[in-house]
Design a binder for this molecule. Sequence first.
Ligand SMILES: Cc1ncc(COP(=O)(O)O)c(C=O)c1O
Length: 353
Amino acid sequence: MASLEDVFKTNTYILGPAVSRFEHNFAERMKVKHAIGVNSGTDALLLTLHALGLQPGDEVIVPAFGFVATADVVPRIGATLVFVDVNQDFTIDVEAVKAAVTERTRVIIPVHLFGRACDIEPLVQISAEHGIHLLEDCCQATGAAIGGRPVGSFGIAGCFSFYPTKNLGGFGDGGMVTTNNDELAARLRLYRDHGRDADGVFHEIGYNSRLDSVQAALLDVKLPSLDEDNADRIANAAFYQETLNPEVFALPSLAPEGSHVYNLYTVRHSQRDQLRNFLKERLVDTAIYYRRPLHLEPCFQYLGYVEGHFPVAEQMAREVLSIPIAPGLTRKELDEVAHAMDLFAKTYSTTAG
Ligand SMILES: Cc1ncc(COP(=O)(O)O)c(C=O)c1O
């Protein structure tokens, strides 16, 4: 693999030409001016919030259903977390965002959850009207697009993860920030390397969040296959969509072409745990993302949210089950999943809530 050999030849294992090359190619693929490689998707979010200059008392709006990293970066930089509910399609509820905006709101973080792009236009509008930054969490949606325009190019920045199970999965941790803003890009390049510039001057108190060269070289080799892998995921989802019984399972609602890249295929059922056990007995691996809505996680109890605050997020947490969707699944494997689901549907007549 030439690019990996180059890394060993140059003897540069942190940042360096391999990271610059991957950043260039990633930026081109995502149709943005800058891509800045960092240690993880979590750091992509954390460093961006820091680089946007958030202060204590500033509010950041985050959906109440999703992965903890989208939320925990907010208190880590001293800002105030404001949760809002989600829609039936798992993405942030725009009306709830409107109701949650105050004069202290500085950032909204919509999450393209499970690979499905949010309804971004109204959020772009809210952000423009109120002078609030839109920071897209694209960690589960690398390669998704809205009207042909990639996610991560609508807000002030987009944050991506290369965690191995993501749509562009690496061989360890890794992340990327995309932006069209020159100043933000420059600040992020400083922040990821202890606040240091090319002359070795430390301008800011920064982080060690540099992307490894080996990781970048391998991701750069995988990048050209992203669309093919996503097409596989979309085809697998289409198979389930046609095969599973929509009267028994709440299936993901249809999304405009290219706007859902199915990092996860998540169904809902009121007897979710029973369904999961039934599938496990038939050797079908499933996962629960996420078992608790974020506002009820113990680490956010200090915010004072209680059960009933975000009913849709709470319902999702009770009912969701993700079934196999990865590219490379064979037709036989998909059939086995669908068959086991069908058997469950025939054995138990209860339906999704
Ligand atoms: C929606 C979302 N946000 C943020 C992250 C954090 O990414 P990472 O695991 O690379 O830190 C993840 C992935 O795990 C995620 O799924």
